[in-house]
Design a protein around this ligand. Sequence first.
Ligand code: TXA
Ligand code: MG
Length: 349
Amino acid sequence: MTPLYDTHIREVSEETITHAADLIRSGAVVAFPTETVYGLGANALDSAAVARIFEAKGRPSTDPLIVHVLSEVDLRELVTGIPPQVSQAIADCWPGPLTFVLPRTEKIPDLVSAGLDTVAVRSPSHPVARALIRAAGVPIAAPSANRFGHTSPTTAQHVYADLAGRIPLILDGGATTIGVESTILMVEGDRARLLRPGAVPVSVLRRYWPDLEIVSRYAQVEEGAVPAPGMLLKHYSPRAEVRLYDGTDEAVRTALREAVTTLSAQGQRVGLLVADDDLDAVAALDVPTVALGPLSDLEQVAQRLFAGLRELDATGVTVILARLYPPEGIGLAIRDRLIRAAEGRITKV
Ligand code: TXA
Ligand code: MG
């Protein structure tokens, strides 16, 4: 049983960082902002503390965590070796939203890596995350600070909505700037595989790994496939059912209008998650609508994506209809999160 906590949301000050670091060192979990999404952190070297993360999230212990460190020097303690390409990528991309999966040393408890012989590590750039790691003096294991399978949190209020009563403290650093989780790269010797697209785009990774392999994250759509840890299709899900439309802008807008009419006639309460460019085409429908930003600014769309899903959910809609975005740059990560939120329900138009 998870103990009941009086969950405090605290503005960040030197005192709150010290308090949060004390909690981490004492084996408790604390939610904190990173540049991607809020994390639910515990001392990565303390198995009992890490177990509290799984308990608070309701996360199965088969799903490994990401360890947060300050620098490559800290990484060296946790993995058996750092290939030269990783050092080069670190020099250019750390601190930042790039996670490496590498063979682990025995410093890492089994629970952190779900019994695998590798560990995922990144160095966040958010000043609050860095201050917390520095003050705690230990690497911090942290998944996204949401209930398992739910939409990732991009504000302290999102964390509160999911985890109030289950954790003692949320450090409030405002809305996160990137809004989707880090890029995850599995590195084996000279080879690298993209396990999760994120803010660091494929074009940047190909500078270090020209033959970078892109792993399909939608294993469950392919019949009979057994998904690897973290590859479950159902993920990032709001309460409402999400349905996606993929095609030319005009075709998508027509399909959205038709679907709103059909589904509303069937008694569904429909919400729309669109780009600013779509607004004129759907304005007359008079259903809850969230516009994430212009198609020309996918960074903004990414930053608002999870908040948009939560906002529509809060209106009580039963179905969320959304457009897909081009798979370029951070668009690949946006597509990935939407496809998983929709559990693969895509209509090509
Ligand atoms: O941006 C982020 O990465 C955020 C912030 C808090 O840093 N964290 C995050 O953690 O997204 P989480 O737990 O939601 O995602 C961790 C995922 C796992 O689900 C799994 O897919 C992958 O990282 N992972 C972790 N360790 C792994 C390993 N040893 N092998 C393969 N995949 C691993
Ligand atoms: Mg997560």
